[in-house]
Design a binder for this molecule. Structure first.
Ligand code: P6P
Length: 337
């Protein structure tokens, strides 16, 4: 009976979010409406990404298509879809995208109380070889008592109400936190619905995997060099960690969240702030890691305490299993003394 009940008691992401909303009696459902529009964007991108290979074959993606029209690159197309979906939700006032140098300020008639920061298609350079890529997003509440400005967005990650990513791979998986734990949903294309498949995700306290681009080792600072060295030649006689690095943040973080371990994008001599962007890569992934019982560190501080000064600011990031991140924190604090 229970198996059948589970099969017929479909917990869709929409239902899940409405359940969350019922915990906030004062809520008018704005957040649920906003999320439903983000979900719509993810469904569209999933469909476009899955066709990308074929489209490339028949000259659609990124080249002129059979009608001779210039087909938009997938990341530009994805950005257009998310911007339009978010504006049409009527629940946003500022949008910050990896694709746009400036923030988008929603016109007053369509304005709501949320700011969404997002990377519409992170890792898109990996599309042509079939590596998983993804959308990453974070949601802030904006005080409505004034005309919105960029300053309203430059908030520390700990102020985020929600964060998540949608990974476009062998399946389309949306991982979301609204501040009380992390849940994963998988798209059932036959229903067009995201179904709860990974309830209450908790990252293992310690992992056996480290994930970093070893090609940058020549430029790393002391603590990162020592940490990675210890992963390969453990001083305590334990067995070495495995290296897994896909080079697509959503894929590397998703594996870290489910299997445990640590993901590192350190500073190096060439890029003193590392490569990953604070608002729509570092903050959402750090938010999820903390909600799943892990942690996220910049080399100087808790990642979510960082206060960005610029929209597209970068930061070094070390995130994953609680104990693994503790080890690198100890190396950085020893380095300061
Ligand atoms: P590197 C992809 O281009 C990306 O922005 C992230 O998805 C990924 O984690 C990182 O860059 C990979 O960077 O320098 O190791 O190729």
């Amino acid at each position: 009976h229970s198996a059948d009940a589970q099969r017929t008691d479909l917990m869709t992401i929409t239902r899940f979010v409405l359940n969350e909303q019922s915990k906030h009696p004062e809520s008018r459902g704005d957040f649920s409406i906003l999320l439903s529009h983000i979900v719509l964007g993810c469904k569209f991108v999933c469909s476009a990404v899955n066709k990308a290979g074929l489209a490339k074959l028949i000259g659609l993606a990124g080249e002129t298509n059979v009608q001779g029209e210039e087909q938009k690159k997938l990341d530009v197309l994805s950005n257009d879809v998310f911007i339009k979906a978010l504006i049409s939700s009527g629940r946003t006032c500022i949008l910050v995208s990896e694709e746009d140098e400036e923030a988008t300020f929603v016109e007053p008639s369509k304005r709501g109380k949320y700011c969404v920061v997002f990377d519409p298609l992170d890792g898109s350079s990996n599309i042509d070889c079939g590596v998983s890529i993804g959308t990453i997003f974070g949601i802030y509440l904006i005080k409505e008592d004034h005309e919105p400005t960029v300053e309203d967005v430059l908030q520390p990650g700990k102020n985020m109400l929600a964060a998540g990513y949608c990974m476009y791979g062998s399946s389309c998986t949306l991982v979301l936190s609204t501040g009380s734990g992390v849940n994963g949903f998988t798209l059932d294309p036959s229903l067009g619905e995201f179904i709860l498949t990974h309830p209450d995700i908790k990252i293992p306290k310690k992992g056996k995997i480290y994930s970093v681009n070893e090609g940058n080792a020549k430029n790393w600072d002391g603590p990162t060099t020592m940490y990675v060295e210890n992963c390969k030649y453990p001083k305590d006689g334990s067995s070495p960690k495995s290296l897994r690095y896909i080079g697509s943040m959503v894929a590397d973080v998703h594996r870290t969240l489910l299997y445990g371990g640590i993901f590192l994008y350190p500073a190096d001599k060439k890029s003193p702030n590392g490569k990953l962007r604070v608002l729509y890569e570092v903050f959402p992934m750090s938010f999820l890691m903390e909600q799943a019982g892990g942690q996220a560190f910049t080399g100087n501080q808790r990642a979510l305490d960082l206060v960005p000064k610029k929209l597209h600011e970068r930061s070094p990031i070390f995130l994953g299993s609680y104990e693994d991140v503790e080890e690198i924190k100890a190396l950085y604090s020893a380095d300061e003394k």
